[in-house]
Ligand binder design. Structure first.
Ligand SMILES: Nc1ncnc2c1ncn2[C@@H]1O[C@H](COP(=O)(O)OP(=O)(O)OP(=O)(O)O)[C@@H](O)[C@H]1O
Ligand SMILES: [Mg+2]
Length: 368
């Protein structure tokens, strides 16, 4: 088996008069694991259905390798598919389920038997060949579905939330298994999920969707550290957003007024606002530093601790920023084994590490 590239070019899809996919272009590389990540209704399944051939785009082109498949029938596309619900044939055994795509393609008996055995080993279900789907756990059923999707060696495998019906523990085990099988077989995977942790764990790259549009595509670390818009910044990981006024540049740094008394500097030259305009400042909880209040210092704002929590690996505090209309910031520190060092009600200085600040246009869409 060898993965093939999947190319989406300027895809539009409307249902009735509603645009549910808008001008989406994505080039999935051969052998790549690409996730489509986004909130409910953002168009992920619709995109996948167009790659599978169950929906047709209103505009644009889809190809697998060099082949234009935009209007090709689903069964001609050489694309495997795994859905959220296992969708196994209930009256067929595990082996018969896995053999099904090969029988459709009129493979010989011996070849079918060999390939089914190999797939059973790949998904670690040797010994389950004669069971019926009802006699399997959810995770085992989903592994059968995976084996059935892969047995005909499609160069492309599409998966739509294949693990969302399973409990957390099983989900994590299967995430690792799917990833291992995908790498071994070098198959190209387009994987739909609305679980950002799952996408971060499994993907070579993630395409973040919102309202039918592609917001950003990149490696997990890119999206986390270098989000190009406020939506991705808020959707991937935790992010604090604050409103500020851009005052102008000073020695290569953007100067932003956060409150009446506090200004921040940020070492960026391209600012998404003109001097005098409002903008959105973003900072991750782990980049917010806090110390006991010791009067005025730059890059600092006064705050009051509203809550102090212990969440296992970290201490989390919520700080209300003085002079910023009740804005509450989250800060997060690695737990060191000592007791929670912060006390609700204390006044503190909140320090905004300049390199950790991100600036976005204030009218940008944000994740809910
Ligand atoms: N067959 C259809 N007819 C009309 N509207 C549809 C149809 N299928 C999907 N839609 C609409 O298109 C939009 C995108 O739906 P889609 O199923 O692609 O979202 P999704 O990102 O997969 O969401 P979820 O995470 O809930 O599965 C939604 O607003 C949905 O209501
Ligand atoms: Mg969906």
């Amino acid at each position: 088996m060898k993965g093939e590239a999947v190319t989406l070019e300027q895809i539009d899809k409307n249902f009735a008069k509603t645009a549910v996919v808008r001008n989406v272009s994505i080039a999935v590389q051969a052998g790549e694991f690409l996730s489509l990540l986004g909130p409910s209704g953002s168009g992920k399944t619709t995109l996948l259905m167009m790659i599978a051939g169950f929906e047709t785009p209103n505009r644009g082109r889809i190809s697998v390798g060099a082949r234009d498949i935009t209007f090709e029938a689903p069964n001609k596309r050489d694309v495997g598919m795994v859905f959220q619900k296992y969708a196994l044939f209930p009256h067929m055994t595990v082996a018969q389920n896995i053999a099904f795509p090969l029988r459709m393609r009129r493979f010989g008996k011996a070849e079918i038997s060999d390939r089914v055995d190999a797939m059973l080993a790949t998904v670690q279900l040797e010994g389950f060949a004669d069971r019926l789907p009802l006699q399997l756990s959810g995770g085992q059923q989903q592994r059968v579905a995976l084996a059935r999707a892969l047995v005909a060696e499609p160069p492309v495998l599409l998966m739509d939330e294949p693990l969302s019906a399973l409990d957390k523990k099983l989900r994590e085990t299967l995430q690792i298994e799917i990833k291992r099988i995908q790498k071994n077989l070098a198959v190209t995977v387009v994987y739909v999920t609305h679980d950002q942790e799952e996408a971060l764990t499994m993907s070579d790259r993630i395409a973040v969707m919102a309202d039918g549009e592609l917001m950003q595509i990149g490696a997990p670390t890119d999206l986390y550290h270098r989000p190009t818009n406020a939506f991705v910044a808020g959707f991937i990981g935790k992010m604090n957003f604050l409103d500020g006024e851009y005052l102008g540049q000073d020695g290569g740094e953007a100067v932003i007024r956060l409150t009446e008394t506090a200004t921040l500097k940020c070492p960026v030259s391209t600012v998404p606002a003109a001097a005098g305009q409002r903008l959105t400042i973003a900072i991750r909880p782990e980049d917010v530093a806090v110390r006991q209040c010791d009067g005025f210092s730059p890059q600092c704002v006064r705050g009051r601790i509203e809550a102090a929590l212990f969440v296992g690996a970290a201490y989390v505090i919520l700080v209300a920023i003085e002079g910023h209309s009740g804005k509450v910031l989250e800060a997060r520190f690695a737990a060191t084994g000592g007791s929670q060092p912060f006390v609700p009600g204390d006044t503190v200085d909140v320090i905004f590490e300049p390199h950790a600040l991100k600036l976005f246009a204030s009218q940008q869409r944000q994740a809910a």
